[in-house]
Design a protein around this ligand. Structure first.
Ligand code: ADP
Length: 623
């Protein structure tokens, strides 16, 4: 038994518990995986949007070039240079100021006296456009392939500028051994000296995307250190930026305000650079339709275009508010809009925790249920094995008990019949007594064999009853009278209180008689010193009219712990060794089965004053 339990624990319970533990462990990563998946998805969205915005600006740049070409189509470029500001603004709403400058640095348009914007523009940009002072610029040269002028000799840099330029390139090359300047690396034509500007310092991003910098206890300064912007300005003069190119775009910060410029050169007049400073508000307005989440993600994320101060300038959901500096994912737009970012914000940030919690709970419950099922199943298996083992043990006992029960009467019968056969017993009283013993032992043998046969028939469902109307009082009387001589010979006081009137029942008289015989046989066997047996047959009216037969004795009684078990097959409350009483453990099992087959019941209760009382109740037949 212990071995089976051990095998069960090692082969079933332990592996199940280990599996359950592994499943619980894998659950802990659930939230992380969900977040990772969503973060990849959002990062793809912001990356794509940043590219879209950059290409939108590249398109605007092309539009500008087309405007310049159209303006100069049938006119001398030098003639339109002076009025370029007014003419461009009239044709192209994105232009805040139009400018025209020669490569040697002479500003032809706008006029510093024309209007306030022109005045400010000239004040802010004359040194830079006039190549007198380098400025920190972001040059998104790699946005699209800007064509180069066929005759690069036409770029006439002043000797002084050329000298500065080569100095700047040298310094970059020296620096590059340690740190590569991303703006140099990103340059469309890195071999061209004209693209190398002196390096500037990289900046910290204004936003800290959660997917890159999770809240792991790092404070803001630590976060800043690892969250560097990929967009780095380079220090250069305007002529350096223009180089051999036909057109281009540049961005710079003036008084902390972003200025975006497009420029274009005509093939006919490469010395003139036509440019425009863009109206940023209008540019942003044009970008508004782009900043929208796909239909599938609209309820999950909000997209925002953040300016260089991490302030939202376009938000895909007007009602949404968040800590704009902590987007879930974010992508920098690039040099076209330096330090501007597209951020994605989770509308319901608790969704991962909630989803992970639900998954955990569901799986936890399933695991608990499985473990419980395994436990209960295991318990049932162990119990049923236990019962089987007990039954096997009882069967072994039964075989030895039955063999013994068969042997004892057979020995008596053989001994007394041999004595009589040898003619050595001459006294007639003795002869009578011997014959009586032989007859009693034969009856005992018959009872035992009947019980064993009946039991096997009942077990296989082959037991047949011959139901017919009979008088229960008569059945009991016949059985008790048959038993009386044997009991009285054994010194028993045997009382029979039978009903005066007939009790009509429907049943098999032989089977009913077997119940009485088995009960009387037990009463005799388990009576011990107090040899008193009584049988009562009566008719009761409550709860329903029924017949009641009581067989009582003043014997050992059934131990309290045995209770109902005495009706189980092979069960013996008094084993042969300790009590010295032989038995098969089948008598009561058969008696109860017969009683139930008649619609009745056989039960036990301790008798007041000591002993046992077995009661058999069965329905009275109407006829
Ligand atoms: P057995 O052949 O052992 O008597 P039974 O099925 O007739 O088998 O009885 C089952 C057990 O019930 C007996 O072993 C005995 O312990 C208990 N028992 C039955 N009748 C009595 C009784 N009248 N008094 C005390 N114990 C009894």
């Amino acid at each position: 038994m212990k071995k089976i339990a051990l095998v069960f624990v090692i082969a079933v319970l332990l592996p199940s518990l280990v599996l359950a533990w592994l499943a619980v462990r894998s659950l802990r990563d659930q939230q992380f995986l969900l977040e990772r998946q969503q973060s990849l998805l959002c990062q793809r969205v912001t990356d794509a949007l940043a590219t879209d915005i950059a290409s939108h600006l590249a398109q605007a740049q092309q539009e500008f070039s087309a405007q310049v070409e159209a303006l100069a189509a049938d006119r001398d470029p030098r003639l339109i240079a002076a009025q370029f500001d007014e003419q461009l603004r009239r044709r192209w709403p994105l232009a805040e100021v139009g400018f025209c400058v020669t490569l040697s640095g002479k500003i032809l348009s706008p006029s510093a006296t024309a209007r306030d914007e022109s005045k400010f523009f000239v004040t802010d940009n004359s040194a830079f456009l006039g190549n007198r002072a380098p400025a920190e610029v972001y040059n998104p040269a790699n946005l699209r392939q800007s064509p180069q002028l066929a005759n690069s000799d036409s770029l006439a840099l002043a000797p002084k500028q050329k000298a500065e330029f080569s100095l700047a390139s040298k310094s970059v090359r020296e620096d590059a051994t340690g740190h590569l300047n991303p703006s140099t690396v990103n340059n469309r034509n890195p071999s061209s000296e004209s693209q190398n500007y002196s390096k500037s310092k990289s900046q910290t991003r204004k936003v800290s995307p959660q997917n890159i910098l999770p809240d792991t206890g790092k404070d803001a300064t630590e976060r800043e250190e690892i969250n560097l912007s990929k967009i780095v300005p380079a220090e250069a003069e305007f002529a350096q930026i223009v180089g051999d190119n036909v057109d281009g775009m540049l961005a710079r910060f003036l008084q902390n305000k972003l200025r975006l410029m497009f420029w274009h050169r005509l093939q006919r007049e490469p010395d003139l650079v036509f440019g425009a400073q863009l109206d940023l508000k209008r540019v942003v307005e044009n970008l508004r339709p782009l900043v929208q989440a796909d239909a599938g993600l609209r309820d999950e994320i909000c997209l925002a275009l953040l300016d260089d101060n991490a302030k939202p300038v376009i938000v895909s959901r007007a009602d949404f508010h968040a800590n704009w500096k902590r987007p879930f994912t974010a992508t920098e737009i690039g040099e076209a809009l330096p330090h501007w970012e597209i951020g994605a914000y989770l509308i319901n940030p608790a969704q991962f925790t909630a989803a992970a919690r639900t998954a955990k709970l569901t799986l936890g419950l399933i695991i608990a249920l499985l473990v419980l099922t395994i436990g209960i199943g295991g318990g049932l298996i162990v119990r049923s094995l236990n019962a089987e083992l007990k039954l096997a043990r009882q069967k072994t006992d039964f075989v030895s008990n039955v063999s013994h029960e068969l042997k004892t009467p057979l020995t008596s019968i053989r001994m007394f019949s041999e004595l009589l056969a040898e003619g050595r017993v001459t006294e007639s009283a003795k002869q009578k007594s011997y014959l009586h013993i032989i007859s009693a032992e034969a009856s005992r043998l018959t009872r035992l064999i009947n019980n064993v046969l009946d039991f096997s028939r009942l077990e296989s469902g082959e037991k047949k009853y011959h139901f017919q109307s009979c008088d229960l009082v008569e059945v009991v009387r016949t059985a008790t009278e048959m038993f009386r001589p044997h009991l009285e010979a054994g010194g028993f006081k045997f009382d029979c209180a039978l009903s005066e009137t007939k009790i009509p029942v429907r049943g098999d008289a032989d089977a009913l008689s077997q119940i009485i015989v088995n009960l009387l046989s037990n009463a005799e066997k388990y009576s011990g010193e107090r040899k008193e047996i009584s049988v009562e047959v009566s008719q009761k009216q409550t709860p329903l009219p029924h017949a009641e037969i009581k067989v009582s004795d003043r014997g050992l009684g059934v131990p309290r712990s045995s209770g109902e078990k005495i009706f189980e097959k092979f069960y013996r409350a008094h084993d042969s060794l300790s009590s010295g009483v032989q038995g098969s453990g089948l008598g009561l099992t058969i008696a109860r089965q017969i009683a139930r087959a008649h619609g009745g019941e056989l039960s036990y209760e301790p008798r007041e004053g000591g002993g046992s009382c077995f009661t058999f109740r069965m329905p009275i037949s109407a006829g």
